[in-house]
Design a protein around this ligand. Structure first.
Ligand SMILES: *Cc1c(COP(=O)(O)O)cnc(C)c1O
Length: 401
């Protein structure tokens, strides 16, 4: 038998050949609008820290206070002895933000998706996903063992035909009916566009399905008080499961699910990624709670106004003001994987950091630079960005010029 390292070397070789090799880049500074790599400073257009909260003084202070009172680690799973007051206070704040009966937090958004979908759905059930949902949801749906159906991105007709098919399986015997769960994102993580939530809610009501919406990139960014796109569209009461992460606009780490008290009680009993995993460190929960406080305050509104002004500024530079994309994620499409890597390297030469996103994060041949905007960027930062983009990828961003 060949050795493990020989086998891996051959497999890594294949990955390299396709322009898909990935490497960690060490950053020697805090995560904010400027980062330090190898002694050089870069303007950071890669982070999901949309409001600049990750290094906000209020979050740091909340972290330090929790660290001093509760120590570094949480000691065990929440059900064993790790259910510390910072976790409970965070969950109260999340339920208040999302206006749901209850909330439960997880160690990551990935763990939230995995635990929730696998707890709710089993082999006799049907899960229906938008083609572009996050890997955590795809992995969860596969692991659940449920029948999996995918509709083209934001394609309501495709969704209807799957719902018709699923309803065809429904027998009159209530106990034998499959559960049907639709999962989508409110803001899509690599395209930055939004789902037609109102229409999807209408369809799930019509066909008797449940709906789970991942608000990873909308929480803190959209809606009154930063509650997200569901809140902005006034759909809170109609969506059974709202999930998200504490690691993006909320500047900390962890994941959450908001919904009915019954849903949360069920997940505490059945979500394996919650039950069989050490509770998040208390300091990260305290930081996330401080972030929610900011997001709901006048300061949060100011940060959101700044962010959306910067987004409009960049979209107008890209001559894309009419785009439906009003989120902080602006994909600059390239196509070929190696070309995207080249452009990213050329931008780094100009001290601009924008990551090239390739398969398997996006489809093969749909490589792109994923530009993200933060309220922490200044207008000078944006001027530098535009100059660098014009110099490195004018052909890609202005193909019709
Ligand atoms: C980042 C992300 C997650 C995972 O959240 P983590 O807290 O980073 O594990 C889930 N869904 C979407 C859409 C995401 O972008």
């Amino acid at each position: 038998m060949i050795s493990l390292d020989e086998d891996l070397s051959a497999r890594l070789g294949e990955i390299r050949e396709k322009g898909l090799y990935r490497e960690l880049r060490r950053i020697d500074s805090a995560q904010c609008s400027r980062i330090e790599i190898g002694g050089e400073t870069f303007l950071n257009f890669s982070s999901n820290d949309y409001l600049g909260l990750a290094s906000h003084p209020a979050l740091k202070e909340a972290t330090i206070r929790a660290l001093e009172k509760f120590g570094a680690g949480s000691g065990a799973s929440r059900l064993i002895c790790g259910s510390l007051s910072p976790h409970h206070k965070l969950e109260e704040a999340l339920a208040d933000l999302k206006k749901t009966e209850a909330a439960v937090s997880f160690s990551s958004g990935y763990a939230a998706a995995l635990g929730t979908i696998c707890a709710l759905m089993g082999k006799d059930d049907v899960i229906i996903l938008d083609k572009l949902v996050h890997a955590s949801i795809v992995d969860a749906a596969k692991l659940s063992g449920a029948k999996l159906r995918i509709f083209s991105h934001n394609d309501l007709d495709g969704l209807v035909s799957i719902l018709r098919w699923a309803n065809g399986k429904i027998s009159t015997e209530v106990s034998q009916r499959p559960r049907i769960l639709i999962v989508t994102e409110s803001v899509f993580s690599m395209d930055g566009d939004v789902a037609p939530l109102k229409e999807i809610v209408a369809l799930k009501n019509k066909f008797g399905a449940w709906l789970m919406v991942d608000e990873a990139h909308a929480t803190g960014v959209f809606g009154k008080n930063g509650a997200g796109l569901i809140s902005q569209e006034n759909l809170g009461g109609q969506i059974e499961i709202q999930m998200g992460t504490l690691g993006k606009a909320l500047g900390s780490a962890g994941g959450f699910v908001c919904g009915s008290r019954m849903l949360v009680d069920f997940l505490v009993n059945k979500a394996r990624s919650f039950i069989f995993s050490t509770a998040p460190v208390p300091a990260s929960s305290a930081a996330a709670r401080a972030a929610i406080e900011i997001v709901q305050s006048g300061m949060g509104k100011k940060l959101r106004d700044d962010l959306h002004e910067r987004i409009r500024d960049v979209l107008s530079f890209l001559r894309d003001e009419n785009s439906k994309n009003k989120s902080a994620i602006i994909p600059l499409m390239v196509g070929e994987e190696n070309k995207a890597l080249e452009i990213a390297a050329a931008l780094r030469e100009k001290n601009i950091f924008i990551p090239a996103i390739r398969y398997p994060t996006v489809a093969r041949g749909a490589a792109r630079l994923r530009l993200t905007i933060s309220a922490a960027h200044s207008s000078d930062d944006l001027t530098q960005l535009k100059t660098a983009l014009r110099e490195t990828m004018e052909k890609e961003i202005f193909p019709h010029a």
